[in-house]
Design a protein around this ligand. Structure first.
Ligand SMILES: Nc1ncnc2c1ncn2[C@@H]1O[C@H](COP(=O)(O)OP(=O)(O)O)[C@@H](O)[C@H]1O
Ligand SMILES: [Mg+2]
Length: 263
């Protein structure tokens, strides 16, 4: 098998998260997150349920605003404009433009049910990027081929298995040519026999140098495909490092007890 893509030590930062906190009402869900992801990295995020993994992805994707701190994508502060040391929220239209640089793949595939696979993939480029129709079809077909679904282009979601729907969702996220792909437990809603085909697609993308952040319970997959592992618990990053090292010899007691339960 080919080696995974490893970014150069001096690869530029794709994501920088500084001192991020998030409250839902009185509930303090993210408690001071600092994280740097370099371009080309595959950052895998593990941790118990309720530790804030989804919330962190949703903040990067700006589906949620943050309560404190800063998030930069390719050096650009997202969600806010900073003037004279003060932060002002950006207008929704500007946030929508920034959001396009992050592609999100959800646990549940969220495809448009009344659109075929190829129509789902070309929707963003057509409507948002104003890509000419013929070009959008050509690109969408290429992406479906990349996820192994060239022969399912004209099927509707209900005619596809969960694994196939998730692969369409990955192609759809890639169609907007994001700087980073964010995966929130992309296989956890799938029947066990369909997990492999989706992991294979993500594994294939990991080799191409696309920057990715993958929340997953598949520890073996995290070790194999990730080149940066993050362990979250209680809204904090308690440990991070090379996946094989952290998994083989976790330093933090909570990482140890989590891994003991899932391995
Ligand atoms: N929209 C919301 N409103 C209130 N609480 C929320 C909301 N979303 C998540 N939470 C809470 O935030 C915490 C972290 O949730 P989440 O980010 O989904 O964790 P994980 O993905 O690690 O399981 C949980 O306690 C959850 O109940
Ligand atoms: Mg979650």
């Amino acid at each position: 098998m080919d080696a995974i893509f490893n970014p150069a030590d001096d690869a530029p930062e794709c994501v920088r998260i500084k001192g991020v906190h998030k409250f839902f009402g009185a509930v303090h869900v993210l408690r001071g997150i600092d994280l740097s992801i370099r371009r080309g990295e595959v950052c895998v995020v593990i941790g118990p349920s309720g530790s804030g993994k989804s919330t962190l992805l949703r903040c990067i994707n700006q589906l949620e605003g943050i309560s404190a701190g800063r998030i930069y994508l390719n050096g650009e502060l997202i969600g806010y404009r900073e003037a004279n040391g003060r932060l002002n929220s950006l207008p929704e239209a500007k946030i929508a433009v920034q959001r396009r640089s992050t592609g999100m793949v959800f646990q549940r595939f969220n495809l448009f049910p009344h659109k075929t696979a190829v129509e789902n993939v070309m929707e963003g480029p057509l409507k948002v990027k104003k890509t000419p129709r013929a070009e959008a079809i050509r690109r969408a077909s290429e992406l479906l081929e990349r996820v192994g679904l060239a022969d399912r282009a004209n099927y509707y979601p209900t005619q596809l298995s969960g694994g196939q729907q998730q692969r369409v969702a990955i192609a759809r996220a890639m169609a907007m040519e994001p700087n980073i792909l964010l995966f929130d437990e992309p296989t956890s809603a799938l029947d066990p026999e369909l997990v492999g085909e989706v992991l294979d697609v993500i594994r294939g993308l990991a080799k191409t140098g696309i920057t990715m952040m993958v929340v997953t319970h598949e520890i073996g997959f995290a070790r194999e495909v990730g080149n940066h592992l993050v362990f979250m618990d209680g809204g904090m990053i308690l440990e991070e490092g090379p996946p094989a090292e952290v998994i083989a010899a976790p330093k933090n007691a909570r990482t140890q007890s989590f891994l003991a339960k899932v391995l």
